[in-house]
Structures are given as C-alpha cells and as structure tokens.
Design a protein around this ligand. Structure first.
Ligand SMILES: [Fe+2]
Ligand SMILES: [Fe+2]
Length: 201
C-alpha cells in the first residue's frame, strides 16, 4: 500500500511525479528492512539518484509552470515552500554523500531524509497537484518535456556516496537501468537511435 495514501494520477507530468513518489517511498521501506550495510548503501544510492532527478525536474519544469499558470492564489507560496523543502533535502543528501559507507549516523540521517520527503510529497499531491489541475497548464506537454529531461539526467547521474574501501563514487544502477529502459522504450515507440540493420535501409 502506498505510504502517502494517495491515488496516483495518470495525467501527464502529475502521473510521472506520482510514480516517482511511489518509487522512493518503496525504497525508503526497503532501506528500513535491509539486513546489512551493503544493501542499505545500494538502496540509499538508488533513492538519492531518484530524488536528485525528481527535484531537478520539478524545479526546472513543474514549479515554474504552477507558479505562472495556476489559478490558485496560494500557488506562489506553495512553490516557495516546496523549493525551501528541496533545499533541506539537498543539504541532507550532500551530507550523506560526504560519508563513506553506512554507519549509524548515516542511517539516522537517511531516516530523517525519508520522513521529510514523505511529508513533502504528501503536500505536493494534496495541494500542489490540484492547484496545477486548476490552471491552464498543459500537463500532457509538460509530461513529455519532463520525460525527455529525465532521460538526459539519468544518463549523466552519479551519486556521491563513496564505496567504503575504494573511496570511489560511481554511477548508480538505478540511473543506468533507467537510461537503458528509456532507450528501449524510445526504440519501441519509434523514437531514438535505430538498430544498425534498420539504419542501412
Ligand atoms: Fe518536490
Ligand atoms: Fe515531488
């Protein structure tokens, strides 16, 4: 069951953002139930990569559209508060990325991050999504632009949490999988790079 207790909307960008919320909430649950530090590290990397991309898409595309086009008079305040909440999320992420491996402090910080994100996403879905639906936003078109931007960000995404022994930062499996999945979907829909055999025709 969804922690946020809200039905996922399927309308353009709102559907995409809702799906992101569901995905990170299930990663938060997985983190809570993980049995060892290696699993927690893998899950935290995945969640952080998802959160960074999600926040960037909201700030670049969704929030400006809500601020400019919603007919809800509280829209500007909603967006302003949401940006400040993102700021706190980013601070916590940068602290987590500064750590090497998953110790107790990491677990506590990640738990606070997850609680903050759950609360933030609830407010978005209860207040900002209806505000977006009330205005003259083109939610479908925004959804297309957001999907395109997501593919770009997934290709470039790295998460800064270091692997304990090597100290190396690496590309997340989530981001790599997401980029691959998007390429396959793009080919299936006739977009993207065609297979070599098809290009020769
Ligand atoms: Fe947000
Ligand atoms: Fe969100």
């Amino acid at each position: 069951m969804a922690l946020f207790g809200l039905v996922t909307s399927s309308t353009g960008i709102l559907g995409m953002l809702s799906e992101d919320h569901r995905r990170v909430e299930s990663l938060f649950e997985e983190f809570k139930n993980a049995e060892n530090a290696a699993s927690r590290l893998r899950i935290a990397r995945q969640a952080i990569a998802e959160l960074k991309i999600h926040a960037q898409i909201e700030e670049e595309l969704f929030y400006p559209a809500v601020r400019a086009r919603s007919s809800d008079e509280k829209a500007a305040d909603m967006v302003g508060e949401a940006v400040e909440e993102h700021h706190v999320v980013k601070l916590l992420i940068s602290e987590l990325e500064g750590k090497s491996g998953v110790d107790d402090v990491f677990k506590h910080k990640f738990t606070v991050l997850s609680e903050l994100v759950v609360h933030h996403a609830q407010e978005e879905e209860k207040e900002m999504f209806p505000a977006a639906e009330s205005g003259d936003l083109n939610l479908e078109r925004l959804g297309e632009r957001a999907a395109e931007r997501k593919r770009e960000l997934q290709k470039a995404m790295t998460t800064g949490i270091r692997t304990p022994r090597t100290g190396r930062r690496r590309r997340t499996r989530t981001a790599a999988r997401g980029a691959r999945g998007n390429r396959v979907r793009a080919q299936g829909s006739g977009r993207g790079r065609k297979p070599a055999a098809a290009r020769k025709k």
